[in-house]
Write a protein that binds this ligand. Structure first.
Ligand code: MP5
Length: 185
């Protein structure tokens, strides 16, 4: 039922331009800074999700939290390399996504973990669509298209209820589309 939204969230002009190497530095850097802010918000959400998860889900969610901490270091390194200020203000799409994460935080566990699976699967499929032999952004494409990341997304899929929570799933997908749009705006 969400096919067209999944397609919009995972195939986007931004990703095509990353694959082709035609993305402008300003668009790429805008995405990078805002995504670093998003990942910090995601860690807040996921740490709380871990705290209320059933025991069987804890290893996967705890591994995800550790990965988010490492990812924030990685964003710091990427930003320093590109001379970007990660203390920049959050743009409207990032602020709107922050509100959605706060809503997910008060949803029942099953809905919240499903939403987490959706947003991680979006990044897996989206960046996999940007794979090429020659993108100058290889390191970014690789970050979200490794077999390890796919395993993590599949493990979240085991915890998720993809056939329920339709409205929340569509909210997440809509916010993902808006996030790509923001980079190009
Ligand atoms: C992710 C992300 C994936 N970094 N940014 C957005 C807007 N959506 C999803 O999260 P992670 O932790 O980088 O895999």
């Amino acid at each position: 039922m969400h096919d067209s939204l999944w397609a919009a969230a995972t195939h986007h002009t931004f990703l095509d331009a990353v694959r082709d190497g035609t993305i402008s530095d300003s668009a790429f850097d805008r995405w990078l800074v805002q995504d670093a802010l998003f990942v910090a918000d995601l860690l807040t959400f996921q740490a709380r999700l871990l705290a209320r998860a059933p025991h069987a889900a804890r290893a996967v969610l705890a591994g995800g939290c550790v990965a988010l901490v490492a990812e924030l270091d990685w964003f710091d390194e990427q930003a320093a390399r590109r001379r970007l200020d990660l203390n920049a203000p959050a743009l409207p799409a990032t602020l709107a996504y922050r509100l959605l994460l706060q809503r997910m935080d008060i949803e029942p566990y099953e809905a919240a973990v499903t939403a987490l699976w959706v947003l991680e699967r979006v990044y897996l499929l989206a960046w996999t669509s940007a794979v090429s032999d020659s993108s100058p952004f290889d390191e970014f494409v690789e970050h979200w298209s490794t077999p390890e990341f796919k395993d993590y997304v599949d493990a979240l899929g085991e915890l998720a209820e993809p056939n329920r929570h339709a409205e929340l799933i569509s909210d997440v997908l809509t916010h993902e589309v808006a996030f790509w749009d923001m980079a190009l705006a």
